[in-house]
Design a protein around this ligand. Structure first.
Ligand code: SIN
Length: 328
């Protein structure tokens, strides 16, 4: 009997050990809505590669671009349900969870991407990453895309040109107010539907960055793009508290470092990519880029800027001040 017990113990130990030795790496899903050839697409692929290189025996990152797995509107829910482990939604898409990030949607808040960067690195900017804490999410860092431009079926030079026109917007009340300020009609729609809405002329225009306008071919169905640089489209790389906290400390550290490096890579290429895609659009001859005169731009500023007052209580006046200060 003793002998039998010993044999059984040895077998159990062997089975346990071989299961350990052959354990398949855990799959980490990174879902996003844009094309691969964008700052976010490239960041996610870099993260996948760094994880494979550094801790590939334990984790494998699968990247799902182009809303393949979840579109916006669904990706945060999927994260909280544990169906994906990483997402990087636009900062405009968090308003269901925090009102503070609405800051980034205020029109004409930042004069350029350097100012955005300065603010995001500041204490106030870093503290904002914590605004989703307690909502089941962990904000791991900011990722740049760039400044937004206005595209439309007709030329937009002054605010009156937008009067009565339908614009697709991300799910943000600030962006809705921004278009209402110019008497336009804002429609909250998922990113994956924008091309078709533009192509079928169900809407007249939209706002987006050069890399999104180029990679999603919006320029092929929008004859005019006004280089307005009126707002920023950046991201928060986000994971779920549940996933993040159950990781062994040493694995979490490796993943966090890999992610920080991937984000640095995405941020490094963002501006270059924006300028390249702007040029690609010019070269295509499909869309005319409208450069505003100082006076025309000032008209947009004057009409849109009162939106700040409407949202300052929800966002926090001190945050707005800190963001404005980053322009110096
Ligand atoms: C994105 O860049 O993630 C999508 C932006 C949009 O919805 O317009």
């Amino acid at each position: 009997m003793k002998m039998l017990n010993r044999v059984l113990c040895a077998l159990a130990l062997f089975a346990g050990l071989s299961a350990f030795v052959h354990a398949a790496p855990e799959t980490i899903k990174f879902s996003h809505v844009v094309a691969e050839n964008t700052p976010k697409g490239q960041m996610a692929l870099k993260f996948r590669d760094l994880v494979a290189e550094r801790i590939g025996d334990k984790y494998v990152v699968e990247v799902y671009p182009n809303s393949q797995l979840f579109g916006d509107g669904k990706e945060m829910e999927a994260l909280l349900l544990g169906d994906v482990q990483f997402i990087a939604p636009s900062l405009s898409k968090f308003s269901k969870y925090t009102k503070q990030l609405q800051l980034y949607d205020l029109p004409f808040l930042f004069k350029d991407m350097e100012a955005v960067d300065r603010f995001q690195r500041s204490e106030a900017g870093q503290a904002l990453l914590e605004s989703v804490k307690g909502k089941g999410m962990v904000g791991l860092g900011y990722l740049h895309n760039g400044l937004k431009q206005l595209s439309a079926n007709d030329p937009l030079r002054v605010p009156a040109d937008a009067d009565g026109k339908k614009f697709r917007i991300m799910s943000s009340d600030v962006l809705a107010a921004q278009f209402e300020a110019v008497e336009a009609v804002p429609l909250k729609k998922p990113f994956s539907e924008v091309f078709t809405l533009l192509q079928t002329r169900a809407i007249d225009g939209q706002e987006n960055t050069w890399s999104n306008i180029y990679s999603k071919k919006f320029f092929e169905v929008q004859p005019y793009i006004t280089e307005s640089n009126h707002g920023v489209l950046d991201y928060m790389v986000t994971t779920s508290t549940e996933f993040w906290m159950q990781l062994p400390d040493e694995d979490r550290e490796v993943l966090q470092t890999a992610l920080a490096e991937a984000v640095a890579h995405g941020n490094k290429i963002a501006n270059e990519k924006a300028m390249k895609d702007r040029q690609n659009i010019i070269d295509s001859g499909r869309s005319q880029i409208i450069t505003l005169t100082d006076d025309q731009r000032q008209q947009w500023v004057e009409v849109m800027k009162p939106v700040w007052t409407e949202f300052q209580e929800q966002i926090g006046p001190e945050l707005i001040e800190a963001a404005v200060a980053s322009n110096q």
